[in-house]
Ligand binder design. Structure first.
Ligand code: PLP
Length: 375
């Protein structure tokens, strides 16, 4: 069986988890949480990152810190995971769905300004398939209209936009370290605070609304309730898995890239014969080989391909179901035709199996099957 994804776990992760269990602290903010944050600083130059229990809760923290309230509007692509929209809807804010670009399937920055009204407070961008959005353009729009930008970089750890790391491109960057991502801690995430003025409040929000972090840092001797918040910090045992992954950062990236590059090279002929479209990576992006997506000519061809791959024990995945035309989107008053590109691509995109430990034979098998089925 070739799954669409499989976490790469070795003796390295086992060693750190065992140490965390036997010698460390099973609650949050222990030695391994600090080591992971130090790695993000060393590798990506990130000064302020707070580990969270998921990418979802990183987004929820960002939405609290953004002070979003009932009556506020937030511009967000419809082609994303529910968590992007849920995070600010839990604050009472409304989603205003924006269509996507045909090349990257990221938010179409040329359509954002038409959606801005006096109620608009923020733009949430999503780095789909690990490919950052055109953030210079988006940040410029936000600046001109006084809006906050929150980057959902759940899939984009290690990707770069014009040489700058995804997650560092706006005041808040949200990473996911879920088992399906490049670097995993089971369930986990990180909130990158690029505007340091939010940091003090972020530490309080993450610790159930208390200044407990200041006690741990020896700044005060007892902690009290200061703000709203929740329990957003992960167990240090999970951080130990993530530390192992960070120690294997280059190895995991290179192995994923090998599979990604083989798909790109060996499926090229099918693009030339118009059987599928391969991923398009803008020249300003260095991607992290998070996903390899193909676009099929019709929804029916995708359905048939998924079924035939599955009959051969290969599991391809259909990615996101657009939010605006999902049951909740319809309840909010959206019509499928309001984001036509999202609606169309959402039915035709297919994510191929891709993981660090995918063998060369398994990659060959997927490539050969796709040729056999589509030719
Ligand atoms: C774009 C995006 N945002 C947020 C999330 C949520 O991350 P997590 O599963 O870590 O909560 C995901 C997860 O797949 C995602 O793809």
């Amino acid at each position: 069986m070739i799954p669409f994804n499989k976490a790469s776990i070795t003796d390295v992760e086992v060693k750190y988890v065992t140490d965390a269990l036997l010698n460390g602290k099973s609650s949050g903010d222990g030695k391994y949480t600090k080591l992971v944050c130090d790695e993000f600083k060393k590798r990506f130059g990130i000064e302020n990152i707070l580990l969270t229990t998921s990418g979802t809760t990183a987004l929820e923290m960002a939405s609290i810190l953004a002070d979003l309230k009932p009556g506020d509007d937030v511009i967000v692509p419809s082609f994303t995971f529910s968590s992007t929209a849920n995070s600010f809807m839990l604050r009472g804010a409304n989603p205003v769905f924006c269509d996507i670009r045909k090349d990257t399937m990221n938010i179409d920055e040329t359509k954002i300004e038409d959606l801005i009204t006096p109620k608009t407070k923020a733009i949430y961008t999503v780095d789909y398939a690990g490919i950052p959005c055109d953030m210079d353009v988006i940040n410029d729009i936000a600046k001109r209209h006084g809006l906050l930008v929150i980057e959902d970089a759940a899939q984009a750890v290690g990707s770069k936009y014009k040489g700058r790391y995804a997650g560092t491109l706006s005041p808040f960057g949200c990473y996911s370290f879920h088992e399906t991502k490049n670097y995993v801690m089971g369930e986990g995430g990180g909130l990158v605070i690029n505007d340091a003025s939010y940091m003090d409040r972020a530490e309080i929000v993450r610790e159930k609304g208390t200044n407990r972090r200041q006690v741990l840092n020896g700044m005060v001797d007892k902690y009290t309730w200061h703000d709203i918040g929740s329990s957003f910090l992960p167990s240090d045992i999970l951080a130990a898995i993530m530390y192992g992954q960070m120690m294997r950062y280059d190895e995991i990236m290179e192995k994923r890239m090998t599979v990604w590059n083989r798909y790109a090279e060996e499926l090229k002929d099918l693009e030339q014969s118009e059987k599928l479209v391969l991923p398009i990576v803008p020249e300003y992006v260095d991607h992290n080989a998070h996903m390899f997506n193909i676009i099929l000519p019709t929804a029916q061809i995708r359905t048939d391909l998924v079924a035939k791959l599955k009959a051969n024990d290969v599991y391809a995945y259909i990615c996101y179901v657009p939010l605006h035309s999902a049951p909740l989107g319809i309840k909010l008053g959206y019509k499928p035709e309001q984001c036509p590109v999202t609606e169309d691509y959402g039915e035709r995109v297919l994510r191929l199996p891709l993981y660090a430990d995918m063998t060369s034979d398994d990659t060959s098998k997927v490539i050969e099957l796709i040729h056999d089925i589509l030719s």
